[in-house]
Write a protein of this length. Structure first.
Ligand code: 3PG
Ligand code: MG
Length: 373
C-alpha cells in the first residue's frame, strides 16, 4: 500500500486543514533572553505543502513540538520565534502551541487527539523528522480525518526508500557521531545494503577497541565491544580510521595512529584517514552520510568532518545527508547546496533506514487503506 499524498485528499477548498510539521529547529537564546532561530530549514521545507493547500483555498493550521518540555509551558520551548518566522513566510497560516506542553501528545492520549482535530476537516503529516514517534499528533488524526503525507514527508520517503531499494553502486555509507549503542541497529541494516561503510566520530573507538587498540580517554562503550567485533567479523567492508587527532594533558593536540595513550582522547579522524575516506567517497555513485567525524565545533577537531563534507559535495554520485549534526556540518563548511538531499530528520532517517518504515507512515497508509484508498 502506497503513502496517500496531497492529491489523494478531497478538494481542500473551503476546508480547515491541520498540518503536523516538525518545526523543532535549533534556537539560541541571547543574554537578554531574545531567542533566535539558527537554521530555519525545517520551516522552509514545509512551505511547498502549506502553499499547495493555501493556493487551493484551504485554511491551514500548523502544529509542532519544540524541544522536550516536561510538564507544561515554559519560555525555553515556546514556539514564538517559529510563529514569527512562519508569519513572514506564509502569512495567514496559524501555529498551535508546542504540542508537548500537553502530556497527551507523547502519551498518544485519544482525548488529546480529539481536541487537536476538533473543527478540522483534513489532516496532513509533513513532519518527517518526527515520523518515528508514536505521538498523538502523528498517529492519531489519520484514524479520524481524511489524511495524506505532505510534500516534504513524501519526498523524504521517496529518496531514503530509493537508497534501500535500488542504489547505484558503489554505495558508500558514512557514519559518525558519539554513541555506537544508538547506531548498532542501523549499522547492521546498512551493511546489507552498502558496498563499504566508513565509521568515524566518537563511535569508532568501540570498534577500534574491538580490534585490540588502547583507546585512552576516548569515548568507548565497553558493553558493545563484542557487538562491534561481530560486525567487523561479518565479512562486510567496514572502514575504520587509521590515524586520529587527539587531545592530551595540558591541552596538547597531536596526530597519532590508532593506539590512544592513557590520558589522551581521540577527538577527530586524522588526515590520513580523511584522505583515504575521501578516495572511497570519490568513486561512489551513491553516498549516505550521517554523523560528524569529530568534534567539529572546535576548530582543532574540525578537519576530518570538513574533509568528508567536501568529499561528499565533490562526489558525482547521488549524495544524501541524514539530518542532524552532519547537516549542520555541511552548512558550516559551505557545501550544503552541493548535496543532492539533506534530510530534515536525524533520528527519523536512521530509523527509516533500519526498519524500512515509521509509525507516522504506517498510520497514514493504514487509515487510507481502511477508507478504500
Ligand atoms: C528531532 O529533532 O529529532 C525531531 O524533531 C524529533 O524530536 P525528538 O527526538 O525530541 O522526538
Ligand atoms: Mg532527536
Amino acid at each position: 500500500m502506497r503513502l496517500p499524498i496531497l492529491e489523494d485528499l478531497p478538494d481542500p477548498r473551503g476546508k480547515r486543514v491541520l498540518v503536523r510539521c516538525d518545526f523543532n529547529v535549533p534556537i539560541s537564546t541571547a543574554a537578554d533572553g531574545t531567542r533566535t532561530i539558527d537554521d530555519d530549514l525545517r520551516i522552509t521545507a514545509a512551505l511547498p505543502t502549506i502553499q499547495w493547500l493555501v493556493d487551493r483555498g484551504a485554511t491551514v493550521t500548523t502544529c509542532s513540538h519544540l524541544g522536550r518540555p516536561k510538564g507544561g509551558p515554559d519560555a525555553k520551548t515556546d514556539l514564538g520565534p517559529v510563529r514569527a518566522r512562519l508569519a513572514e513566510l506564509a502569512p495567514g497560516v496559524s501555529l498551535l502551541d508546542n504540542l508537548r506542553w500537553d502530556a497527551g501528545e507523547e502519551a498518544n492520549d485519544p482525548a488529546f487527539v480529539a481536541r487537536l482535530i476538533e473543527g478540522q476537516d483534513l489532516y496532513v503529516d509533513d513532519a518527517f523528522g518526527a515520523a518515528h514517534r508514536s505521538h498523538a499528533s502523528i498517529v492519531g488524526p489519520p484514524a479520524h480525518l481524511p489524511s495524506a503525507a505532505g510534500r516534504l514527508l513524501a519526498k523524504e520517503v521517496d529518496i531514503l526508500g530509493g537508497l534501500l531499494d535500488d542504489p547505484k553502486r558503489p554505495f558508500v555509507g558514512i557514519l559518525g557521531g558519539s554513541k555506537v549503542s544508538d547506531k548498532l541497529g542501523v549499522i547492521g541494516a546498512l551493511l546489507d545494503k552498502v558496498d563499504a561503510l566508513i565509521i568515524g566520530g566518537g563511535m569508532c573507538f568501540t570498534f577500534l577497541a574491538a580490534l585490540g587498540n588502547p583507546v585512552g580517554d576516548s569515548l568507548c562503550e565497553p558493553d558493545h565491544i563484542d557487538s562491534c567485533r561481530a560486525l567487523l567479523d561479518s565479512g562486510h567492508r567496514i572502514l575504520l580510521p587509521s590515524d586520529l587527532t587527539a587531545l592530551g594533558p595540558n591541552d596538547e593536540v597531536r596526530q597519532i595512529g590508532t593506539a590512544v595513550p592513557a590520558g589522551w582522547k581521540g577527538l577527530d579522524i586524522g588526515p590520513g584517514s580523511a584522505a583515504d575516506f575521501s578516495d572511497e567517497i570519490a568513486d561512489a555513485r551513491t553516498v549516505l552520510w550521517n554523523g560528524p567525524m569529530g568534534v567539529f565545533e572546535d576548530p582543532r577537531f574540525a578537519a576530518g568532518t570538513k574533509t568528508i563534507a567536501t568529499a561528499v559535495a565533490d562526489c558525482r554520485g547521488f549524495t544524501v545527508i541524514g539530518g542532524g549534526d552532519s547537516a549542520a556540518a555541511a552548512d558550516k563548511f559551505g557545501v550544503a547546496d552541493r548535496i543532492d538531499h539533506i534530510s530534515t530528520g536525524g533520528g527519523a532517517s536512521l530509523e527509516f533506514l533500519e526498519q524500512g518504515d515509521l509509525p507516522g507512515l504506517a498510520a497514514l497508509r493504514n487509515a487510507w487503506g481502511e477508507r478504500g484508498g
